[in-house]
Write a protein that binds this ligand. Sequence first.
Ligand SMILES: Nc1ncnc2c1ncn2[C@@H]1O[C@H](COP(=O)(O)OP(=O)(O)OP(=O)(O)O)[C@@H](O)[C@H]1O
Length: 257
Amino acid sequence: MPSPFVSASNLRKTYGDFTALDGVSLSMDRGEVVAVIGASGSGKSTLLRCINYLDPPDSGEVRVDGVRIGYGEGAREDRALPERDIRRQRAEIGMVFQHFNLFPHFTVLQNLIEAPMAVRGLSRAEATERARDLLNRVGLSGREGAFPAELSGGQQQRVAIARALCMKPRLMLFDEPTSALDPELVGEVIAVMRSLAEEGMTMLVVTHEMDFAAQTASRVAFFDAGKIVETGPPAQVLRSPQHPRTQAFLQRILRSH
Ligand SMILES: Nc1ncnc2c1ncn2[C@@H]1O[C@H](COP(=O)(O)OP(=O)(O)OP(=O)(O)O)[C@@H](O)[C@H]1O
């Protein structure tokens, strides 16, 4: 059987006495879109940060297309890679944050081209061409010269998605990408994410948008107290959850809508 495109095995992460990830395993096939849902503080963001080694797990391992993140293909498994190489590996994994995290003093174009030039070694002309294509794709052609503060939250998040795509990632991680947006701006970001999913991007999405989870995800994973307690197709997990914690969470959400 071929190994999964992404595999996170038995990830553990503690902060002092607090266990944020308590042995999390998750596999994803190429092109799969997995929505991670769960209560605030259950460890969903920590999972994303451990997967791309922004915050290395205490134990467990992550592999993307067979390559162990933080260690590298063919490297002795007991020897971690230098930070520079981990950064290069991380470039294969795009991340979109809740608060966009654009550089405020850079224009949209500068935000998009700096990392591909520094990490991928693209010339300014190559990076600019790629950036213009991606801005077109997220519906922001013509805004190259704008500064982040001149854009709406939805536009800034679309720039952040384009910025991540500029690195030609093989896996995209989204950490509550619409939570900081006014409700009327959520749809434009979800639309960009949907088209990315339709193009076959492998995506792990922490979200409170149940419509996105129901309509776009291939699988939903419910997270509780540092563990995935239930995973399955959206129709199964969202409509007939088996675990009492999932049932309680979804009932709470339904009541608040
Ligand atoms: N750098 C850190 N130092 C100490 N504690 C942390 C750190 N990062 C996360 N935690 C703790 O780990 C727990 C899980 O946090 P995490 O952000 O992963 O949860 P979450 O499920 O993503 O929640 P939310 O939906 O609110 O973002 C929280 O209780 C948080 O306080």
